[in-house]
Design a binder for this molecule. Structure first.
Ligand code: SF4
Length: 412
């Protein structure tokens, strides 16, 4: 039996995922996490988040679930931030009652077609205490090939209706559980996603994720979704997208995708982004730690505005690279992983090919979904790893690392 199922069977506590009000105590103070609905973040929200992060002494951070993370908060500052964010209703970080959505909700960032469904799913989930924080839901537009590769538990993809070979008709929604096509199809993506959440919540026992269910329970969840939603069943034929759909730079469709190095958005970058969020321009945070601006009249000009603050070149070596916070901000870390990763990129020893996530210990916080090489710091007394000098050699002592290839796991 897989280890995750053993863990679920013996688990007696609720998950401890941080949120807007339930903060995590880190070495550098309280850490609060905000889950934007489908990554949607307004100018006012970004301004508030970046301001609080600056007060906390760290940049605002993007997570592997397309969430925002603010570090180094004092208790009263954190409360003030949450209060200010709920005043920004009806936009989505917190609603007018201060309620966060209980789990991650990803939506194709470039498309507007699923914005309504995303908001409806979020509204239905707010206040649900039976939905574990580790659950991840993804809504993908037809042909987008983006969020379905992020290792979500519940993925709804818009596809052509059975028998429609023209791709011109209205799409239908398909359900994947833990990346496997269930064959269930329903005209309403919101109804299908919520039926899947309800069926999982009813049968999960102590499981936090669909992958922790045994085959019998998974089958029962699928049957339950069909009963709850009246979905039709077709031959399963869908596979998830690639794990890294990053497409940096401006596009003719009015979008611009940019990559803040290490998912860090500092005050100057936040200010520049806020300056662009005018007149119908919207911002989406992605789980591959980029930002997508939509509705731009001149995406190339916007890219020039952000030049030097974020990566906009499709060939950037920073593409596909991420790291946990590491030392000194995490007391468990065995190395300054962000400093070591930056040094490795600078020296040409990291970036440009394989997706990598650098971590300061075996917890591997923030590991993105899909196939990724996890570069894990080891205790310096262990000699089996390799030393990452500042120029990739051994002349400057940095962390000792080993590589573990992982697939499909999303942590943190
Ligand atoms: S992976 Fe380890 S070192 Fe990195 S943030 Fe998590 S607990 Fe800290």
């Amino acid at each position: 039996m897989p280890r995750t199922r053993d863990r679920a069977a013996t688990r007696a506590r609720p998950d401890a995922c941080p949120g807007a009000w339930r903060r995590h105590d880190a070495a550098d103070g309280a850490l609060a996490r905000f889950r934007p609905v489908g990554g949607a973040t307004t100018a006012a929200e970004l301004r508030l988040l970046a301001g609080a992060a600056t007060l906390g002494g760290s940049p605002l951070e993007l997570t592997s679930r397309g969430s925002w993370q603010v570090r180094g908060l004092a208790g009263s500052t954190a409360d003030d931030l949450a209060d200010a964010l709920r005043a920004d209703h009806p936009d989505a970080l917190l609603d007018v009652r201060g309620r966060d959505i209980p789990c991650g909700l990803l939506t194709s960032p470039r498309s507007t077609r699923l914005d309504g469904a995303s908001a409806q799913v979020a509204t239905a989930l707010r206040g649900r205490t039976d939905v574990p924080g580790r659950l991840l839901i993804a809504l993908e537009d037809r042909g987008a090939g983006d969020v379905s590769g992020q290792g979500a538990d519940i993925t709804v993809i818009l596809v052509a209706r059975p028998g429609d070979h023209t791709l011109d008709g209205d799409p239908t929604a398909a359900l994947l559980l833990d990346g496997t096509d269930t064959g269930l199809r329903h005209p309403d993506p919101t109804a299908l996603a919520l039926a899947a959440v309800d069926a999982f919540a009813a049968r999960r026992d102590t499981a936090w994720r669909v992958r922790e269910l045994d085959d019998t329970t998974r089958g029962a969840v699928v049957a339950d979704v069909r009963d709850r939603s009246d979905a039709v069943v077709v031959l399963p034929d869908l596979t998830p997208a690639t794990a890294d759909p990053t497409a940096l730079g401006p596009r003719d469709d009015g979008t611009l995708e940019v990559l803040p190095r290490l998912g860090e958005v500092d005050a100057a970058t936040a200010a520049a982004l806020v300056g662009l969020l005018l007149d119908g321009v919207t911002l989406r945070a992605t789980p591959w730690r980029t930002l997508v601006l939509r509705g731009l009249d001149d995406p190339a000009a916007a890219a020039r505005t952000l030049d030097g603050l974020v990566e906009t070149d499709p060939a950037s070596r920073w593409r596909g690279l991420s790291a946990c916070v590491g030392a000194p901000r995490c007391a468990r870390s065995l190395a300054d992983v962000r400093g070591d990763l930056a040094a490795a990129v600078e020296s040409g020893h990291a970036g440009g090919t394989v997706r990598q996530h650098w971590v300061g210990c075996g917890r591997a916080c923030g590991t993105p979904g899909g196939r990724v090489a996890v570069i894990e710091a080891l205790d310096p007394d262990e000699s089996l790893g390799y030393n990452m000098g500042a120029s990739g050699g051994r002349e400057q002592q940095r962390g000792i690392y080993r590589t573990v290839v992982r697939s499909g796991r999303v942590t943190g």
